[in-house]
Design a protein around this ligand. Sequence first.
Ligand SMILES: NC(=O)C1=CN([C@@H]2O[C@H](COP(=O)(O)OP(=O)(O)OC[C@H]3O[C@@H](n4cnc5c(N)ncnc54)[C@H](OP(=O)(O)O)[C@@H]3O)[C@@H](O)[C@H]2O)C=CC1
Ligand SMILES: O=C(O)C1=N[C@H](C(=O)O)C[C@H](O)C1
Length: 273
Amino acid sequence: MNDMGLVVVGAAGRMGQTLIRTIHAMPGVRLAGAVERAGSAHVGHDAGELAGLGKLGVAITDDPLPAFAKADGVLDFTAPAATTEFAGYAAQARIVHVIGTTGCSAGDEAKIAAAARHATIVKSGNMSLGVNLLAVLVEQAAQALGPEDFDIEILEMHHRHKVDAPSGTALLLGEAAATGRGISLGEHSARARDGHTGVREDGAIGFASLRGGSVVGDHSVILAGTGERITLSHQAEDRAIFARGAVKAALWARGRKPGLYSMRDVLGLSRAG
Ligand SMILES: NC(=O)C1=CN([C@@H]2O[C@H](COP(=O)(O)OP(=O)(O)OC[C@H]3O[C@@H](n4cnc5c(N)ncnc54)[C@H](OP(=O)(O)O)[C@@H]3O)[C@@H](O)[C@H]2O)C=CC1
Ligand SMILES: O=C(O)C1=N[C@H](C(=O)O)C[C@H](O)C1
């Protein structure tokens, strides 16, 4: 089979540049296009030069549709408004859409699910192998250690530029804990505490977010019992772990029937029985 042609949208971003370098380094894929928003100073420049690779002969464009028409897939780590728009275009072009963007609203998720009727979409709040394995462990721990004995709190820290909270990963880990407990995260999460909060609500899954410096992404799931505490954690040291996962997801999705898939589908990580 030919190398899979991938378009990177948000090509000038932190993840966009990492994706361009990762595509260049991985077998089975090639950079087919690079997209930035209209008005970006990067439009017209070579994507390889922007990513520190030297000239690749792929100019950054602000016109996604012609780029998608010549590609097999799109890697999208941008922003919710852009991602919902790209989902429509990817469905139109019938190409794979790998979505790493976080901070999507319920309305955004509905638009993405609608696009997945025509496109093969892989979406995850975290594309790394480590975090997706951690989610399996969290699900198992939450199932084994019930709410009468253990409280679950999720702590995350990210760089000063991050715009959404809790992180997509924290929510993914919260979903895993809720699944393990057989409850709905929406009905059992404590998202912010300030002032006179009263005592902790029984069975709640709590979230706390820290922002600062250049932290790539730290996550801890704390199961706090009386007299003992278990902490399951992951530290991302390099954005390449997310980019490699995204490329792996695109290759996995190629030729697969339309639908909305997760990284756990891609990695074959089973759910707790
Ligand atoms: N799932 C995962 O594994 C991971 C997810 N992420 C998520 O990925 C997203 C991006 O993160 P990061 O790279 O750090 O952010 P950046 O802000 O560095 O990059 C986002 C890029 O997308 C561009 N962009 C925004 N809107 C459009 C548009 N309409 N058309 C084209 N380009 C657009 C931005 O341009 P401009 O600057 O002009 O707005 C920017 O270049 C976040 O939601 C983050 O949480 C990050 C890492 C891993
Ligand atoms: O914005 C980031 O940087 C990251 N975002 C993702 C998230 O919201 O969890 C994944 C990773 O932690 C980095």
